[in-house]
Write a protein that binds this ligand. Sequence first.
Ligand code: C5P
Ligand code: C5P
Ligand code: ZN
Length: 455
Amino acid sequence: MEELVKKAQQLAEFLKKEEEILIVTHIDADGITSGAIAYRSLERAGKDVEIRFVKSLDESEIEKIADENIFVWFTDLGSGQIGAIKERISDFIVSDHHVPDAITDNQLNPHIFGYDGSYELSGSTTTYLVARVLGLNHDLVSTAIVGAVGDLQDSNYGRLVGLNRKVLREGEANGFIEARKDIRFFGKQTRPVFKMLEYTFDPYLPGISGNENGAVEFLNSINIRLKNGDNWLRWIDLTAEEKKRITSEIIKILIANNYPFSLIMRMVGESYILLDEPEGTELRDAMEFSTLLNATARYGQEEVGLAVCLGDRGEGYRRAKSLLQNHRRNLSDGLRLVDEIGIVELENIQYFHAGKKILDTIIGIVAGMSYSFANRNKPVIAFAENEDGIKVSARATKDLVEKGVHLAQAIKLAAERVGGAGGGHSIAAGATIPKGSEDEFLRILDRIVGEQLLS
Ligand code: C5P
Ligand code: C5P
Ligand code: ZN
């Protein structure tokens, strides 16, 4: 940790010397929160700041940024393209957690210090390390944790670990955030309990997921009140005993359905509560907050998510909530589509091709969710068509990574072989490849993953 703090201090010194800074960040929850942390900390330091969101940092994007002749702070991206950036941009720093393609002095990245950026430090927590030495920015820790949760960095163990945990502890000590042991379902703050259960797909709850009657009957069968007077009860309205009863009954169902113990363990882990946010809102729980952000950025409305992170509780917040309805619908439609078209298994991988039916910006989320019914022994590869060609999203499980699978390396190699480009993390990676090259890409990738499993 000390080494990272030292590097963060160096980067903060670079920033202090500049007057005008352009932040370039990624269009997802981790990217928005990283951008918001960088933005707020620079604003407080009296800098003239601008922020730009990009889907990915390709050559043409780097070219455009270079043309502005301004000092750049890349957050939640940049490490995978350090070579290309260096060729065109002379003054910049990077705080990122993607697998770096080169080690440079102006880069804070957990991988360089022997940590894994897919679960030990996110773009947002990496960026927070810079912000906290740039000035009095300890309050930005909540935003940092929202980003880490948005990148599913807590999903391996059901809680944040590694350096993320150190950041969390600091936030707890300063009274901004609290880790609570609780069921890790989405919607504990905002949805009636039966709806929360009906919309839980990770894990898939037999007889309950996607089944409103099933969810209601389940609660009735274990004597859980659905309403208090006219009000639907949310998870946060239940007593500790009621929550415990529901949790243990769900565990019984999962055991009866032979779910692996590790998966059950992950289901009851930690939730992160933002203590300064009102109870019963999407902003109170890091998991709900990060989904709200994804609902903006993945639909080209990243400014809305950024505004919410920077404190907008008026028009921006209202807009984000309505985008969230749309996002939820798209995810459940996407998952239904995958179930309909089916997942094709090859020797070492499995895939589905959504064509234009799932947006390229949410195909990765759907790929991850498809593990609720896909084979957990093979990585899931998903294709979606966009204006640049074919967007590839790949997801693995922690078990597969422990067996040697490294998706970022495999996807990068396979994409380059068919004239595309990609990268990411061991457990989650992506690429863009030319239309029509999917079959060859799959053949190459299947072989590489096979080799990774052998070595
Ligand atoms: O670009 P970025 O690093 O923000 O994206 C990380 C992606 O990796 C997220 O979309 C997240 O869903 C995925 N991920 C995952 N499982 C993990 C860690 C990350 O699916 N354990
Ligand atoms: O887009 P998706 O969520 O599938 O991305 C998974 C991971 O792969 C992210 O960390 C993302 O930044 C990375 N990625 C990449 N190059 C691409 C596409 C995605 O490095 N062309
Ligand atoms: Zn990230």
